[in-house]
Ligand binder design. Structure first.
Ligand code: HEM
Length: 142
């Protein structure tokens, strides 16, 4: 059975990996958007031409998720608001796994051999739980 929430070890793996990728000269969020639009060209029409603010805003949300790993339920209202705004952006429920896959691939590429299967699984669980809250809020009929 799937555990209810990330274990202490999984939270530590996320924190350690995020510290690494956040400190790199290359901005992981810019790389993520480059990859996302390359792999899923349909998404280009959803975003403004200049992705600078977008990639900063996305990164701030990931910062918040990592900072709040020990109190995830406290983020519920913030994520619900974010999800409702995404409906107006043209976002759909099936887009969430696409963004999650690109996010985790970006971290994997930037981390190199330090990105273990356990680290990947921990990120996946965090993203899936985040996306589940957002999708449930934005598309209650889905
Ligand atoms: C956990 C997943 C996601 C997070 C944390 C996230 C985060 C954000 C943030 C912080 C913003 C800035 C605007 C605001 O706060 O309302 C934003 C905007 C946006 N996001 Fe997301 N997002 C996620 C998933 C997605 C997905 C799956 C899509 C679909 C491709 C998407 C498309 C967009 C678009 C189109 C905008 C608005 C761009 C604009 O017009 O300025 N996001 N996102």
């Amino acid at each position: 059975m799937k555990p209810l929430w990330l274990s202490l070890d999984q939270r530590a793996l996320i924190r350690e990996n995020y510290r690494l990728v956040s400190q790199m000269a290359e901005d992981y969020s810019e790389r993520l958007y480059f990859k996302l639009l390359h792999q899923h060209p349909f998404a280009r029409a959803l975003f403004p031409d200049d992705l600078t603010n977008q990639s900063r805003a996305f990164r701030r949300t990931i910062d918040t998720l990592v900072e709040a790993l020990d109190r995830f339920p406290a983020l519920h209202a913030t994520l619900a608001d974010l999800a409702r705004r995404h409906v107006a952006y043209g976002d759909q429920a099936h887009h969430y796994p696409l963004v999650g896959d690109v996010l985790i691939e970006t971290f994997a590429e930037m981390s190199g051999s330090g990105f273990t299967a356990e680290t990947r699984a921990a990120w996946q669980m965090l993203y899936d739980d985040t996306a589940r809250i957002m999708i449930r809020e934005a598309y209650p009929q889905a």
